[in-house]
Every structure is written in structure tokens, then in C-alpha cells.
Ligand binder design. Sequence first.
Ligand code: ADP
Length: 270
Amino acid sequence: MLGQSMSDFPLELQGSAVPMVSFKQVSKSYGNLVVMNALDLDIAEGEMVTIIGPSGSGKTTVLRMLMTLETINSGVIYVDGKPLTHMRNGNNLAPADERHLRKMRSKIGMCFQHFNLFPHMTALENCMEGPVHVLGLSKREARERSEELLAMVGMADKRNQHPSRLSGGQQQRVAIARALAMRPKVMLFDEVTSALDPEVIGEVTSVIRKLVSEQNLTMLMVTHQMGFAKDISDRVCFFYGGHIEEQGTPSELFGNPKKERTQQFLSAVK
Ligand code: ADP
């Protein structure tokens, strides 16, 4: 980026109100196509932020960058005050190596449109897998934690079923429990209701509502469900062409959008 050097970015974020997630001047291109242009976005601890916007505006790219599935071209992303995309090298930041990425990734839980449960494992085994093999918990501890979370998502009685025996909504609830079993600091939801039949969408949105009201989790969600975004978010960001065109509380953004592009988008999706 012109005029920007790595020494302009802090090695760590410090102070009383360090955001849980912080994108600082983050840019991403595919060849000549700039899909994210100097994005600045802070998400406070416990905040629920929703990203809305037209197809191709960069919503999924934001989540993929946080999951470290994409390398970024410039800028730094911090999670919990520590650089995610970079690591300390003396008094400078250098691109993160695989070990650093693995450590930082454990702070982030994700749920996608397609739930990707392990088909040969029961719901309970799906939830226990990460805590046992990645976190090194005993089977007993992992089972206790997983059973608690499956109960929280209303799936306790189906814990011994394999995914093929569960409906889409049930599988998505197991996927949420599986992600939470890793005790992430940040949860990402990428269009988690888009692949579901309309009649089961409510069971998944009510689990997310419950997380918002009962847990102090930091969450970032991409959704096409405007009503849900309006109900549940602390803040809504409208993306357009790889940048935040407008953001605000749900009542500001939905009730009184200031920018013409936001107004056009919202009237088209109504
Ligand atoms: P959204 O989630 O808002 O629909 P995306 O973040 O998926 O948008 O995509 C943003 C832009 O990046 C789009 O123009 C898309 O075509 C482009 N893009 C995404 N992934 C790739 C890729 N692997 N290679 C090239 N272009 C890509």
C-alpha cells in the first residue's frame, strides 16, 4: 500500500478497550481485482456485528480473511489484541507462519452455509473431536462439555445420531455446538440459514439469538435475512465494492439509511 509500512502497525493492541477483532487498513486482491480496499473494522468484545450487502461486495472475503483462509496483501488483522495475519519478528511484524496461524485460529469458531459435519461420527462425537484432538481434553471432559452444548442447542436427545439421520436445521445446530465446544473468543456465521428449508430456519436463528442473549461472545455474521439482522445485531455494516459504505445500529441503518446505495439495496431486498 502506498505510504504504508509495517512499522506503522502496532506489534500488539493495548489499552483499556482493545477490540476483540480489528482490521487495520486491510486490502486483498485477486490479480488485478481489488476485492477489499484498506478496510478498517473494529469489533468490541461481546459485540454482534452483521455484514449485509450485494453479492460480490466482499462479505465472505471478510470472514475468510479472519479464518486465515486468505492471505492479505496489506494491512494487519488483530484478534484479541494480537496480530492474526502477522507475528512479531524483533521490533517488526512479519507474515505469520503456520504455527502462529494454528494458535490464533483456535480463538475463532466458524459455521458455514454447508455444515460439513463428519458423516461417520455421531452428533456427540462430532462435538468431541476438536476438544480431544486439538485442545487435548480428556474424553470425559470433552463429553461433558459437548453434552452441555448439545443440550443448549436443543439436540441432547439426538446426540447419538449420525448426521445423515438429522434434518438440515438439526445438523446446523450440531455444527454450532461443535464450533462452541472449542471455546472460541469469536464466532463467525456465514449465511448459516441459506441452505435450509424455510420451516427449519427458525430453529437455527433461535439458537443464535440465545447465544447473543446468554453468552458474552463476539460474533460476526453474514446474512441475507434482513429481519434477523435487524433483530439481533448490535451493529450492521453495509458492504459495497469491498468497503463499508455505511454502518450503524439496526435502527439507524434500516430505519434511516443515509447513503443512496444503502437505500437502493434495502429497498431492493425488502
Ligand atoms: P460476497 O460474499 O459479498 O458475495 P465475496 O467476498 O465472495 O463477495 O467476493 C468478493 C469479490 O471477490 C467478488 O468480486 C468475487 O468474484 C471475488 N472473488 C472471491 N473469491 C475469489 C477467488 N478465489 N478468485 C478470484 N476472485 C474471487
